[in-house]
Design a protein around this ligand. Structure first.
Ligand code: SF4
Length: 561
């Protein structure tokens, strides 16, 4: 019934409870909850009241695994709830001041504001949010509408009937490190549904297998990701009040012209700022370290002056699917849809995806409602989702920047020229369709690495382990590692020599440790630190790391993020 690959740590041959629903949504982010809410409404409008909708989320509480910058365009939420403000939608601040800042090597900077900000990065009319407040608010709206939302249940395996998705199996709990069943063993459930909506967020582990098995991305560009590291800083109130509603996006240092990335500073409360740095995973350096770049960025005088005298109160990291329109997989098949980050609904040029996630959920809901009414949840019927997307503002927005991220493949300067041409050619640019490449293919030998680590000064920079503490990451210790290395010999026999074991650098949570011994002995995996960002699953040059779901409830505990 399952796809036959080892993609989960579930026990075999145990009896499982079966739960049958009409629509199952895996993941409780903005796309999933918007889909569930809109679907419930559409069914009610059709007089269909006997359908059950279930949302499963792997975090212990809804929102604990949800992280974003975030500045949000209001278009999506205004369609879902035209009276969103009156209903108490959680807005941290309306964007007041907005600027693009170029950080120079000599510690100076250049600031562009007003009409000098590139059009795609102008934020007037947008709102600053905490995405975990937003999903918690959406969850309350979903529950008010009678939708079941279960936290602490991780989808571990996709269940198939041929190529038709018929639901998922949730993760067992109570399996010891050695694979034996503890006294607390509880088998995961087999949840069966007419339609399963994969809304696992970025690099969903179930969606990854599904996309590969059914060739859903056969005609798509390879997806391109970045890793964003974020902290919330408590800063002196006088400065905080001044910055509330301010949006700074930075380019330049520390990456310089060496890759497509940059930072953000958002004034989110009278005494808090959200700060973060985005590092491209198609960077060629084998010692690429998103967390180290984040630290260096915070040490630039422009950023440092803002956080000086403050303290970190939260940390998190996630990958960001930046490939755009041409990197999106097929959005549906027999018995399933893909929504939100899982399907690549993100506009990399404006650094925004929440409004697109909401819209994707709503469009999927419209197709699912029609399919349920017709009693036909085949790929052909659910293809209405793609048709609706193609006719929507979401497609228009994404199509206008369809070649944006790939334009930077050849370097920053070439990318800037191409983007300028894209702006006057409706998104085409110099080439009709830029192809890009998979991030894991871009790494060069460690002998060519030029990355250096920052100095970890007191006050302005946390090392990875200190930051892990601020992420709240916690997992049951006595369980098998959820980070699978299919061929450990590659790590020791090839990777050490060729790439210098990049996992110890690119993981932003110090999960992978290489003991400093004369002969490489193999990697130590501190799985408990994992913040579920998925960088390792994407960036490993041999594709030799598989991220699978740990026991439900394990992971970071993001609050206010
Ligand atoms: Fe991210 Fe992988 Fe590190 Fe977990 S182990 S924090 S998913 S890079």
């Amino acid at each position: 019934m399952t796809d036959g690959k080892i993609t989960s740590l579930n026990a075999r041959d145990v009896e499982r409870e079966e739960l049958e629903v009409d629509v199952l949504l895996v993941g409780a982010g903005p796309a999933s909850l918007s889909c569930a809410i809109h679907l419930q409404r559409l069914l009610a409008e059709r007089g269909i009241e006997d359908k059950t909708i279930l949302v499963l989320e792997k975090a212990e509480e809804i929102g604990h695994h949800t992280l974003s910058g975030a500045v949000m365009k209001t278009k999506g939420i205004a369609e879902l709830f035209p009276d969103w403000r009156d209903r108490g939608f959680p807005v941290a601040a309306d964007v007041g001041y907005d600027a693009m800042v170029y950080l120079r090597k000599n510690g100076k900077h250049n600031r562009l504001d007003g009409m000098l900000v590139p059009p795609q990065l102008r934020n007037h009319g947008n709102v600053i949010i905490s995405l975990n407040h937003v999903v918690s608010w959406l969850k309350d709206r979903a529950e008010e509408a009678g939708i079941e939302v279960y936290a602490g249940f991780a989808g571990a395996e996709v269940a198939y009937d041929g190529n038709r998705v018929i639901g998922v199996q949730t993760r067992d709990s109570g399996i010891a490190k050695d694979g034996s069943q503890k006294a607390t063993f509880e088998p995961g459930m087999d949840v069966r549904a007419a339609v399963t909506v994969f809304a696992e967020g970025t690099r969903g582990s179930l969606a990854k297998g599904l996309i590969a098995k059914l060739g859903l991305a056969a005609e798509s560009n390879d997806q391109t990701w970045s890793t964003g590291c974020k902290e919330i800083w408590e800063i002196p109130a006088e400065r905080g009040k001044e910055l509330l509603g301010t949006v700074f996006h930075t380019a330049g240092e520390p990456l310089g012209t060496d890759g497509y990335g940059g930072g953000w500073i958002y004034g989110v409360a009278e005494d808090k700022v959200s700060v973060g740095y985005v590092t491209p995973l198609d960077h060629h350096d084998a010692q690429l370290d998103p967390h180290a770049l984040f630290v260096k960025w915070k040490q630039h005088p422009f950023v440092n002056k803002i956080i000086e005298g403050g303290k970190v109160v939260r940390y998190g990291a996630k990958t960001i699917p930046e490939g755009g329109y041409f990197a999106m997989p097929k959005l549906q098949g027999d018995g399933f849809c893909l929504v939100g980050d899982t399907a690549g609904f993100l506009n990399a040029s404006s650094l925004k995806g929440v409004h697109l996630a909401i819209k994707s959920g709503m469009l999927a809901a419209e197709a699912i409602a029609e399919a349920l009414e017709a009693g036909d949840t085949s790929a052909a019927k659910l293809a209405k989702y793609t048709q609706l997307f193609e006719a929507s503002w979401a497609k228009d927005e994404l199509y206008k920047v369809r070649n944006f991220r790939q334009a930077f493949d050849g370097g920053m300067f070439g990318g800037m020229v191409d983007v300028a041409v894209q702006m006057v050619t409706g998104g085409r640019g110099l080439v009709a369709r830029r192809r890009g490449h998979a991030d894991h293919e871009t790494m060069r030998p460690v002998s060519e690495s030029r990355m250096t680590k920052p100095s970890y000064n007191d006050g302005d920079s946390m090392d990875k382990l200190t930051d892990v503490y601020w992420s709240g990451a916690i997992h049951e210790e006595d369980q098998p590692s959820h980070l699978l290395i299919p061929d450990p010999s590659i790590c020791v026999e090839r990777c050490t020599e060729e790439y210098g074991n990049p996992c110890q650098h690119f993981c932003p949570a110090a999960v992978y440790e290489w003991p400093d011994t004369p002969q490489p002995t193999g990697v130590v995996i501190n799985a408990s630190n994992c913040v579920h960002c998925k960088t390792c699953d994407i960036a490993d040059p041999y594709e030799n790391i598989e991220w699978v779901v740990p026991e439900g409830g394990g992971g970071p505990k993001y609050i206010d993020m």
